[in-house]
Write a protein that binds this ligand. Structure first.
Ligand code: MCA
Length: 508
């Protein structure tokens, strides 16, 4: 049974069970599975009244809020495609996503209204921009209140239909829309349900953003799929997260290493008794060994590290029962095939040898939106997804990641592709050449660092360069540090030697 059909079913079988408990600083909004189903139906009727058709893309550039959840589920239920977008994307990035996806509707926070004046004229396929006062839930539900919801279509039954599109960047070219189907979502949810032992009486503390696979699919869909309860915090703070885990007697928590680091560093963290927690996972970035150990020492829980990507959802995971091996991302999840292969020839490599992690299974995405060549390049001839991550498999089947074959920085669990930042930097009038590297950082994993060569006779301060980048890029992509250099080291082919830059400059 596909995920959305199962969720619709929960609306009847678990009508009075809390699905989502949304905790705002001044109030709490509690939604049962029965109410969730009713709100999703109302939202479907509202979307139909706006002319939404199957296959249409609907962009949601909204903060973490209940209207986002209702819209997302309603869009997918109508056979249309949710395009979740980071609310921090500036106008230029947003315009690209709208134009490339050909989205027909954009839902955006009313506070962004002035910034988006020209977005309709910039985006030819966009029919309508809907500004939501996301804090006023009643206002959103009123939009759809007077519509007859009795004759709405059933959830899609075709597993190959795209449900969700999430943009990922790459080493070359502009970001690509990864198309995730209903079948992909369901396969991965079933796999995680089994591997992580999701139960109806689980209470998930949800602190992640919901515009990525981690927060939206793995965490939120995971809880809803199990008819469990998700306690949603609009924003992560260590104090509120720890207090809520205890108050609500949560059982499951999912986060990125930066969040786990902030938890262990929180004063008196060890005073919180988390004995009711049964599963705390870490992903989206490498979990440092010392953090794994400090977490165990502070909270008496062993983090379960897992490995996934936007194009697949989750692939590998340490076991729920059994050894959670430090430094390892564990074993293939049920229904997932994983191998280590030569990144050039795609030949499988023996255990212990480092190569590219390649993945196969029903959870693997159907391709990049309107980019058949990039899609073809991502797969081996026999259908394995080339992840671009390097790793090895030990003789007992555990996988360990060993770096990336692609030029990528991960900061606070978010991916930053240096070429994207470099393309912005070279447009700066004072910049002659630049290289963007990730320097290791205790809190963020890596810190985006720009090495800049100025044009002859030009001057610019680091602050000016950073603020220029923030005008054109989401702020997490903007360099945190700028280093000025006379020249950039390059090899005989003229390629900048980033490893050398990292070795010489990152400790400064
Ligand atoms: C916020 N800032 C960041 C980041 N987040 N800078 C670098 N990297 C970041 N990740 C900056 C803001 O621009 C701002 O800068 C300042 O930090 C404070 O912003 P604020 O929003 O208050 O930050 P925060 O709330 O402290 O956020 C830190 C965070 C957040 C909680 C770690 O980044 C987060 O939730 N990360 C998780 C991301 C995630 O879910 N990734 C999954 C994608 P200024 O003040 O200077 O303007 S990967 C995925 O889905 C795959 C499938 C997988 O395997 O999981």
């Amino acid at each position: 049974m596909l995920f959305l059909t199962k969720l619709q079913h929960h609306g009847r079988t678990h009508a009075h069970k809390t699905a989502i408990d949304y905790l705002l600083p001044d109030r709490q909004e509690c939604v049962t599975y029965g109410q969730l189903e009713a709100h999703v139906q109302q939202t479907m009727a509202y979307l139909l009244s706006l002319g939404l058709q199957r296959g249409d893309r609907v962009a949601l550039q909204l903060p973490k809020c209940l209207p986002f959840v209702y819209l997302h589920l309603a869009i997918m239920r109508l056979g249309a495609i949710t395009l979740p977008l980071n609310p921090g994307y500036p106008h230029s990035e947003l315009s690209y996503f709208l134009a490339d996806s050909g989205a027909s509707l954009l839902f955006v926070d009313a506070v962004a209204k002035e910034k988006l004046e020209s977005i309709l004229s910039d985006s030819p396929s966009l029919n309508k921009v809907i500004y939501l006062q996301t804090e006023k839930l009643d206002h959103f539900l009123d939009l759809s209140a007077n519509i007859d919801a009795s004759d709405l279509p059933s959830p899609p039954t075709d597993p190959h239909r795209t449900a969700l599109m999430i943009y990922t960047s790459g080493t070359t070219g502009r970001p690509k829309g990864a198309q995730i189907t209903h079948g992909n979502l369901t396969a991965n949810l079933n796999s995680l349900h089994q591997a992580w032992g999701w139960q109806e009486d689980d209470i998930l503390l949800h602190v992640l953003p919901i515009f990525h696979v981690h927060g939206l699919v793995v965490a939120l869909h995971g809880a809803l799929n199990a008819a469990a309860t998700a306690v949603l915090l609009p924003k992560f703070t260590p104090e509120q997260a720890l207090a809520t885990m205890v108050q609500r007697q949560c059982t499951v928590f999912m986060a990125v290493p930066t969040i786990h680091k902030r938890l262990v560093d929180f004063p008196d963290a060890g005073q919180y008794n988390l004995c009711h927690m049964r599963l705390l996972t870490s992903g989206s970035d490498r979990l440092p060994d010392d953090l794994f150990l400090k977490f165990q020492e502070t909270f008496g829980h062993t983090l379960l590290e897992r490995y996934g990507m936007t194009e697949t959802g989750m692939n590998l995971s340490n076991p729920l029962h059994g050894e959670r091996r430090i430094g390892s991302v564990g074993l293939p999840l049920p229904g997932v095939e994983a191998r280590i292969a030569n990144p050039i020839t795609d030949e499988p490599l023996p255990d212990g040898q480092v190569g590219e992690v390649q993945i196969r299974g029903q959870h693997v995405f159907k391709g990049y939106w309107q980019m058949p060549n990039k899609t073809a390049d991502s797969f081996s001839e026999d259908g394995w997804l080339r992840t671009g991550d390097l790793g090895l498999r030990e003789a007992d089947g555990y996988f360990t990641l060993k770096g990336r074959s692609k030029d990528l920085i991960i900061t606070g669990g978010l991916n930053v592709y240096p070429p994207e930042v470099e393309l912005v930097l070279v447009e700066h009038p004072s910049v002659a050449a630049c290289a963007v590297i990730g320097c290791l950082d205790d809190e963020w994993g890596e810190r985006v660092t720009a090495v800049i060569v100025l044009k002859c006779g030009q001057t610019a301060t680091a602050e000016a360069i950073i603020s220029y980048c923030r005008q054109h890029l989401a702020s997490y992509k903007a360099p945190r540090k700028v280093i000025f250099a006379e020249e950039l080291p390059s090899n005989a082919l003229g390629k900048v030697q980033k490893a050398q830059l990292r070795a010489t400059l990152c400790s400064q």
